[in-house]
Design a protein around this ligand. Structure first.
Ligand SMILES: NC(=O)c1ccc[n+]([C@@H]2O[C@H](COP(=O)([O-])OP(=O)(O)OC[C@H]3O[C@@H](n4cnc5c(N)ncnc54)[C@H](O)[C@@H]3O)[C@@H](O)[C@H]2O)c1
Length: 450
């Protein structure tokens, strides 16, 4: 049976390399569509969890995962030799940045080396990890063609960016349209056929390079627009205008405007990282991606701005930062998720600690936090703890937080997420919000560069 027929009949054996935030939901979706799926991860703990039918990704329910495992449609392993038995493989490994903000494609290279070892005629390989334009063609194709097999004839290769939005309750793997670009038209065709089996809408583009660029446009678009509203928040601070009121009113325009909101800075494994992949690639062509650089600069200032607000708020109450007890409320990079990768909360905590503050944190999704100064455990959010705290800094607006109760028990609240909306009148000088009129002179913060 040819690959196309096997896919249509859902008889193809599928593989996913990297079972994290992207790979695990993808594997479950494939298995639920009736495919036999093998997940390959270098972390044996993840493999054990899957085999024990326990999900470690909040968006994947253990019951759904368990049903797939029990039905024999999903298995996990660290053993890459299983690749030889697969008809199609999706690569979902991390793509971080090095310290110098250069792409770190070592995880991709490692996965591709394993695929190369077991590559067989008729196999389809799809890269889903976010990366710079040209990775699929320049790195992966070259490597896999090193076997003597030819792309588009003997094996098939495509790029399909993952768009998952952790914590999003309306859009998951199945109902988020998926862009696919192959190295050859046949590669695109087969990759479209694969994803069409379990994703509602698949959008083919002309090449893998175009598909890589689509993802980078999407994430650069977010980074630039977040930077714009972060700067707007600073402007509004200076001018005594409420940035949130301005954004919400602008969002009533039925065309030509999309609302973004200020915050303590960028976080997660995508927005703070991916635009740098594009900028790095363009550097080799003597092209400076100016918007990317400027957006990063503005967004990186935000933790400093938060800390300046803390300083201003404590100062107004006659307290120095040094020795003050500060509670960071929420450390995940966004609401209702447990992911702390690149979270601006880590920078805010570091900056406050460097000023001598005694920092603790509370996050219902993050029981333990590794910081530069060691590891911390989440402090219970009790009345007593709030009363003993000099300043609460809201860094993540988790839905479970009872913000009115928290503010009523706190001496000072610095709000970087507009979580205290509507409470300003009631609590007056107790709340200092980024991007809102200052309740007292001296509360305006002008971020210094980090
Ligand atoms: N997390 C998101 O919201 C999101 C959204 C869209 C795109 N992406 C992109 O998807 C990719 C994966 O991100 P993620 O958040 O799922 O990462 P993750 O860290 O949650 O998961 C990656 C997994 O890959 C495993 N792994 C690493 N190297 C491996 C190897 N050589 N062989 C087998 N397993 C290996 C790790 O153990 C881990 O379980 C990244 O490129 C990211 O930019 C992520």
């Amino acid at each position: 049976m040819q690959l196309g027929e096997k896919l249509a009949a859902r008889k193809a054996r599928l593989g996913v390399i990297g079972l994290g935030y992207v790979g695990l939901p993808l594997s479950v979706e494939m298995a639920e569509a009736g495919f036999t799926v093998v997940g390959i991860d270098s972390d044996p703990r993840k493999v054990e969890e899957i085999r024990a039918r326990r999900s470690y990704i909040p968006d994947v329910k253990s019951e759904a995962l368990g049903e797939c495992v029990a039905a024999g449609r999903l298995d996990a392993t660290t053993d890459r030799s299983v690749l030889a038995t697969l008809d199609a493989v999706s690569i979902c490994v991390p793509t971080p940045l090095s310290k110098t903000k250069d792409p770190d494609v070592t995880y991709i290279l490692d996965a591709v080396a394993a695929i190369r070892k077991h590559l067989k005629p008729g196999q389809l390989v799809v890269l889903e990890s976010t990366t710079y334009p040209g990775t699929t063609d320049e790195l992966i194709r070259t490597e896999l063609e090193g076997t003597g097999l030819k792309v588009g004839r003997d094996f098939y290769l495509a790029f399909s960016p993952e768009r998952i939005d952790p914590g999003n309750r309306t859009h998951g793997t199945r109902n988020t349209p998926k862009v696919v670009g192959g190295i050859t038209p046949r590669c695109t065709e087969l990759a479209v056929q694969l994803y069409s089996q379990f994703i509602d809408r698949v959008v083919p583009v002309s090449s893998a390079r175009a598909a890589e660029m689509v993802k980078l446009l999407e994430n650069t678009f977010r980074s630039v627009n977040i930077a714009l509203v972060n700067e707007l928040a600073q402007m509004c601070d200076v001018l005594g205008v409420d940035a949130y009121e301005v954004i919400d009113a602008a969002a009533t325009k039925p065309f030509g405007f999309l609302a973004f909101y200020p915050g303590p800075g960028l976080g997660g494994h995508c927005i703070p990282i991916d635009p740098h992949y594009l900028a790095w690639k363009l550097k080799a062509h003597d092209f400076t991606a100016r918007f990317i650089g400027l957006a990063a600069e503005v967004n990186q200032q935000m933790p400093n701005l938060v800390v300046e607000k803390v300083v201003a708020g404590l100062n107004h109450q006659g307290r120095p930062v040094k020795g003050s007890r500060i509670l960071a409320l929420g450390v995940a990079y966004k609401k209702d998720v447990s992911d702390v990768r690149e979270s601006p909360a880590l920078t805010v905590i570091r900056l406050l600690e460097s000023k001598g503050a005694k920092v603790s944190y509370h996050d219902p999704y993050v029981p333990e936090l590794i910081t530069e100064s060691g590891s911390m455990a989440s402090t219970p959010l009790t009345e007593e703890n709030l009363r003993l705290t000099d300043c609460v800094v809201i860094l993540t607006d988790h839905s479970s937080f009872d913000v009115p109760a928290i503010v009523s028990l706190s001496r000072l609240v610095i709000d970087s997420r507009n979580a205290t909306r509507g409470l300003e009148g009631r609590f007056g000088e107790r709340i200092l919000k980024i991007g809102a009129p200052a309740p007292f002179a001296g509360a305006v913060a002008l971020a210094e560069s980090a």
